[in-house]
Design a protein. Sequence first.
Length: 510
Amino acid sequence: MSFNRVFRIVVALLVLLVGVNITNAQKLTEEKLDAMAAKYALQSFPMLKDLLSIPNDAIYPEDIEKNIKWCEKAFGDRDFTTTRIETSTVPLLLAERKVKKPKKTVLIYLQIDGQPVDTSRWFQKDPYIPALKMKTVEGEWKEMDWSKIENYDDDWRVFARSTSDAKGPAAMFLAAIDAIDDNKISPNFDMKVIMDFEEELGSPRLPQAVIDNKELLKSDMLVIFDGPMHITNKPTLVFGARGIATIQLTTYGPIAPQHSGHYGNYAPNPAFRLSQILASMKDDDGRVTIPGYYDGITIDAQTEKILRAVPDDEKEIQDRLQIGSTDKVGRFYQESIQYPSLNIRGMQSGWINEKARTIVPDWARAELDLRLVLESDPERLVSLVKKHIEGLGYYVTKDTPTKEERMSHEKVASFTYEISYQSFRTDYNTEIGIWLKEALKNAYGADPIMERMAGGSIPISPFVTTLDIPAVSVPTVNRDNNQHSPNENIRLGNYRDGIKTMIAILGQKL
Ligand SMILES: [Zn+2]
């Protein structure tokens, strides 16, 4: 026996004696992760295609049932036990997998339902028949035979509803599970995967379901595999998201539309009244003027540093949106989304275009949305808006006003609102933050881009509040994916790197 061999045996014995976990010693290098991701991306394309082929608009429960069954089988095949968490409509699905000596329990959020589709506006036969496409030199997306995917280019894309939002990430996760299982990489944490089938409806039944199943969902932290990466398409972690509330505001004129010649200058115009109300809520720089609206939010020097570290190109953002100026709520993009917003998302009164007519309309309506942040209580913000309208001399009712109400008040408006869910925000220096940052650093050789809070909303606060756990999003998809619109897609390079990211996280010790 050579000295070398004896030496190796001694080392092996020592390793056993001190109980060093062998898998721990085999650190997942960037090269190994790349090789695994490449292999399992290729291997999982048929699965991705299969999943995307199931219609998933949540207003059709019979379609959602097919998606639930698919997920039950996919997770069951991978040694997860699945439980349906029933609600008054479609269930949530929980898939659990335990390890021998878990350090922690990690809750993982996946979204399986998708936005409605308008097939006529998709440049393919059917949004539920995935199309593989490449961009021609003329800049057109050209459909190719699926067999070509064996030799895919990173910039090719798969077009179908939910490719990016968010069946793509669900398929990546399953592929990553296959990769760690085949390579005998065992996470040192238990996994609870919660699948939402009503996310695009605003997850209306999620908060109560979490309250009712607190014990079942008990975990130490939450990882969300959803959302697009930073515009630079570099590895990104998102530590929070704004919440959302909506308001419907209606003003009233005469009981029916009146001839604007006969009654112009006499019957008050509800569209003008609505415009005056709305205009009185903001200054010329887009800041809400209602006293107290931004109370409680301060961006200190440390926070500003965190926000400025995101490599946004303000010029590029403005160029892309074709806006010659920005609102001045914040001094730059990241800062602007740390505040609650007050947005008019739609307005209606009378008729326009070829239907325009010379009338004093009978009513005018605005739909508003308020993106919420942690510091501002949503009920308080909504009531500030309502009090502001009352302060302008309006009698504010919940329902359509009666004749008596119309006759006895000079100005009448109706006001209804809904708080969907609150915001969440996790500190960078938490166990989950450090763990995910290390995993991504290991996978890509550089610190990820860290976003304090995303502007958009995800229904995560019920978990954060009820289970009292921190949450971080790991976005993987390309930002230009046409999410919610026709021709939604995922870039294949993002799909493969998403698998790499997830393998890196699953292999990173907590
Ligand atoms: Zn969505």
